[in-house]
Design a protein around this ligand. Structure first.
Ligand SMILES: Nc1nc2c(ncn2[C@@H]2O[C@H](COP(=O)(O)OP(=O)(O)OP(=O)(O)O)[C@@H](O)[C@H]2O)c(=O)[nH]1
Length: 574
């Protein structure tokens, strides 16, 4: 806390002491997020998942088969059994099976009979052949069997019959499908799920994974031995366990005493820095490899510098930063040999220099109560999740938070925010789907004042029909909030998905113009991230980057640190 010009200000830096984790984000329709004239010339589209899926669907019409049989889903036992029978039937009925070559004749094994057992004695009495005594209550109903006709071998002896199986036509159909339905399903395979235009499934959404911490202890099956031992031990009657164990010298058997396996220790989550490095590993590995290839046993000349500049631009770092790095590299080194690690060190330094001015903590001015944070961004970039994580940080810091479910476009987003509200002890102001988001924000502001909240965080929809609609809604939210508080929203946070790449630049351009974005959060840096774009954004817009998302968990929001990020981009660990 610090006094500033008579204002009571609280600065949240969320230091390390406290913070010790369907598809790719759907972008706005391309016409809504067209790069502007200011966007750099080098534009590489984000991977088009829909197109890829469509292509593979076109080329692979049949059901997918796991390359690794071990990885293939295991069929239920009865299914497997019927499949085995079916296979056996195919063997039995396989045309040409009788054409198989005769096995080579094996020499007659010498028969050594030490003492002829009674049952081999040709003079022994005939065994009993009347088994009528086996019939309990009359004759057993005949089970109709379809047998494979016994083939006769060329020498007149019956050929061996492999199996007697029900005919293929009598194999049971899955209980849920009638014969017609099966035929229909086979005639018209349903690939509608591959349709990139199809609306996303909205309901029912399962957010149970957001619920309170999962019990790490593996649940023992009721009545399992370890369960019993545990309960007995708990009751302090260990002796009873030994005497109760089925063991008998008289019976000649006993249960083997197996030490109960130690419960598996819950896997500790990886430190966030490790997740960040792993997330950026693909792009940093690529960059690092190109640096090695470019600078091994080669003098620094104009051509090498030009190639290196291209490599940096391809890594999304932006033209401005790429030029700065190559300029710095050539200083005093032109015409000399330079190692890959020297280049990587310079890269890390220059990226850090670009990022340092934007790596600032989120500052909350509690003179304005509630401090209003409007969270905007393309749908799927992590707005709602970031709100939940941020609410957790603030409430742990002793602040009272109200959440506004302003994404009235998507029912699941409202439910998701309610769960975050429960988890963080924050009141959630929500309305039915389709409600006016601006009206809701207005009511939420009043509710936050009434309940004495320090901070009001407003979620917004990212997916609107077109850019005009998006602008109109966000502008209206800002306008109605300003009727209550002229400086609201005090912070406008935009979430950017780190897996997006170049498109993030145009997203910032649009949301900055529409909603007055004054801070960024880059999410999903734990995935296969392309973090270079953040450097380009920092160089171009100089907007503060408050946090990075390194997982879906409540604690997976980290303050943005320029040095660590730069090192991860350059693939350096120390
Ligand atoms: N791995 C990872 N996943 C994240 C992160 N942040 C968000 N997600 C996931 O990204 C998905 C989308 O996040 P949301 O918070 O629903 O995104 P949104 O912007 O609110 O989406 P809309 O409500 O559709 O506008 C969810 O599955 C989140 O769990 C992150 O930092 N790392």
């Amino acid at each position: 806390m610090s006094e500033k010009k008579g204002f009571f200000r609280r600065v949240f830096s969320f230091g390390a002491a406290e913070d010790t984790s369907p598809a790719p984000a759907e972008m706005l329709p391309s016409e809504t997020l067209l790069p502007t004239a200011e966007a750099p010339a080098v534009e590489r589209p984000a991977p088009d998942v829909g197109a890829t899926a469509g292509e593979s669907a076109a080329t692979v019409p049949a059901l997918p088969v796991a390359a690794d049989p071990a990885a293939a889903p295991v069929a239920p036992m009865d299914e497997r059994a019927s499949h085995a029978d079916h296979t056996a039937a195919e063997h039995a009925l396989a045309p040409g099976a009788e054409d198989l070559p005769e096995p080579a004749e094996l020499p007659e094994p010498a028969l050594v009979v030490a003492d002829t057992p009674e049952w081999l004695d040709p003079d022994a009495p005939e065994p009993e052949t009347d088994f009528s005594w086996l019939e309990a209550d009359g004759p057993v109903e005949d089970v109709p069997e379809r047998t494979v006709p016994v083939e006769t071998a060329s020498d007149g002896s019956p050929a061996p019959v492999l199996h007697e199986v029900p005919g293929e036509d009598s194999l049971p159909l899955p209980a849920t499908l009638s014969g017609d339905a099966v035929a229909e399903a086979e005639d018209e395979p349903d690939f509608s799920f591959l349709d990139p235009e199809a609306p996303l499934p909205e309901e029912p959404a399962d957010f149970s994974w957001l619920e309170a911490p999962v019990d790490d202890e593996p649940a023992d099956e009721a009545g399992s031995p370890s369960d019993a031992v545990a309960s007995v031990a708990a009751a302090g009657i260990a002796a009873a366990t030994a005497s109760a164990a089925p063991s008998s010298a008289d019976a000649g058997w006993r249960l083997r005493q197996v030490a109960a396996p130690a419960p598996a220790a819950p896997a500790a989550p990886k430190p966030w820095l490790e997740r960040l490095r792993e997330g950026l590993a693909r792009s940093s590995g690529q960059l690092s490899g190109q640096i090695t290839a470019l600078f091994t046993k080669r003098r620094l000349d104009e051509a090498t510098l030009q190639e290196f500049e291209d490599v940096l631009i391809q890594a999304d770092l932006g033209v401005e930063t790429a030029l700065r790095i190559t300029d710095r590299l050539s200083e005093g080194r032109f015409g000399k040999e330079i190692t890959g690690s020297e280049v990587r060190a310079i890269l890390a330094d220059e990226v850090e220099a670009t990022l340092r001015p934007v790596a600032v903590p989120l500052e909350l001015d509690l003179e304005k109560k509630p401090h209003v944070i409007l969270v905007v961004g393309v749908n799927g970039t992590g707005k709602t999740t970031t709100i939940g994580k941020l609410a957790a940080k603030l409430t742990r810091g002793g602040l009272k938070v109200t959440l506004c479910a302003g994404d009235t476009f998507r029912a699941a987003a409202v439910e998701q925010l309610k769960i975050w509200g429960e988890r963080t002890g924050s009141e959630v102001i929500a309305k039915a789907i389709g409600a006016d988001a601006a009206g809701l924000a207005f009511e939420a502001y009043d509710a936050a004042v009434a309940n004495g909240s320090d901070v009001l965080i407003i979620d917004t929809a990212g997916r609107l029909q077109n850019r005009t609609e998006l602008m109109a809604e966000l502008e209206k939210i800002v306008r109605v909030l300003q009727r209550r508080e002229p400086d609201a929203p005090h912070t406008v946070l935009q979430t950017l998905d780190a897996t997006t790449g170049q498109n993030a630049l145009s997203q910032v351009e649009i949301f900055r113009n529409v909603a007055g974005v004054n801070g960024l959060v880059m999410t999903k840096l734990d995935g296969t991230a392309r973090g270079g774009i953040l450097v380009a954004i920092a160089a171009k817009y100089r907007l503060p980057v408050y946090f990075i998302g390194v997982g879906e968990g409540i604690d997976d929001l980290e303050p943005f640190k320029a040095r660590e990020f730069a090192m991860a981009i350059a693939g350096q660990t120390a």
